[in-house]
Design a protein around this ligand. Structure first.
Ligand code: CP
Length: 328
């Protein structure tokens, strides 16, 4: 995490230690247990949170907006396609303009890896990376870890399979970091065009391995996370067809009969019938809706951390516990 006096940006979760990650998840768990909405609304009252999205989103944008409103912030949503970005405005111009208009926190998604770092260079607001290119999706990885910890207690020693288009996935990169930092072993699985055999070599000090066999991966797994097959990659020749991907790598209803005990996660949006069948996506072993439901708590925790109000929340909880106030 950034130094005590600096603006707090969350650009990539790989800047965080295990203590930082667990502190953030403790805040999220505390928020989940808190039952005094009026007290929460005092925490970011007067703050302005801007969601600045250059790429489409359902879960991330809505849950950051809900998180900010629950904490009492004023929220402004900007879609780049409806802003002066279309007239040639640069990232520097955009964040300088938002700063001048009173923004305190800018939650930013961009199709280019590193764009939030460019914003942070020029911004007086905290920049929160809501997903950039192929590089990082910190809030997704944090909510995935919260979900897995709610299943297992701790992920230490657990084998987590991440299956799909790994090489193009910011979710995979951020999850590899958070999961292995928390002590899990990550098994990556996908076709060689989406998962080079040498990919694990990028993580020499971490428990990361590669397999091209979904059966081998599932046989070793304690949980499995399917990733979206990005249909736009099809034109690049990465896959012969989506039907073949489903046959060789999909979490199909038939294949998963032998693995009905395995928790299944997916960051969304899902291509049902490709990386997993609808019966699996919405079945008893699916934790997809738990992931979505954890999103606002993790994003509230991130906003409080960025505004340096994370300790204020914990103090509020301690006071409530000693005076018999709201449960946390
Ligand atoms: N998981 C995720 O980032 O979903 P959205 O694109 O809907 O935000």
């Amino acid at each position: 995490m950034t130094a005590a006096t600096a603006i707090r940006h969350l650009l990539d979760v790989d800047e965080w230690s295990l203590n930082d990650i667990q502190h953030l998840l403790e805040i999220a768990e505390t928020l989940r247990g808190w039952s005094d909405p009026a007290a929460l609304r005092s925490l970011l009252r007067g703050a302005v949170v801007v969601t600045l999205f250059y790429e489409n989103s359902t879960r991330t944008r809505v849950s950051f907006e809900l998180a900010a409103k629950t904490l009492g912030a004023d929220v402004v949503n900007i879609s780049a396609s409806a802003s002066s970005v279309t007239k040639g405005e640069t990232i520097r111009d955009t964040v300088n303009t938002l700063d001048a208009l009173g923004a305190n926190i800018i939650v930013m998604r961009h199709e280019h890896s590193g764009a939030p770092n460019t914003a942070a260079r020029w911004s007086k607001s905290s920049i929160i990376n809501a997903g950039d290119g192929w590089r990082a999706h910190p809030s997704q990885a944090l909510l995935d870890l919260l979900t897995l910890q709610s299943i297992f207690g701790s992920v230490a020693g657990k084998k987590i399979v991440i299956a799909g288009d790994i090489v193009h996935s910011r979710v995979a990169r951020s999850n590899i970091y958070t999961l292995t930092t928390a002590g899990a072993e990550v098994i990556l699985c996908g076709p060689p065009t989406m998962l080079p055999k040498t990919f694990a070599a990028a993580y020499p000090d971490r428990k990361v391995s590669v397999t091209f066999s979904i059966e081998e991966a599932l046989a070793r797994a304690d949980a499995v996370m399917a990733l979206r097959i990005q249909k736009e990659r099809m034109t690049g020749g990465a896959l012969p067809s989506l039907r073949e991907y489903r046959q060789y790598f999909g979490l199909t209803a038939d294949r998963m009969q032998a693995y009905a005990h395995l928790p299944i996660l997916h960051p969304g949006p899902m291509n049902e019938g490709v990386e997993l069948d609808p019966e699996v996506a919405h079945g008893a072993q699916s934790y997809v809706e738990h992931q979505v439901a954890n999103g606002p708590f993790v994003r509230m925790a991130i906003l409080l951390w960025a505004a340096r109000k994370d300790d204020a929340l914990l103090n509020m909880v301690r006071l409530a516990n000693t005076t018999g106030g709201a449960e946390a």
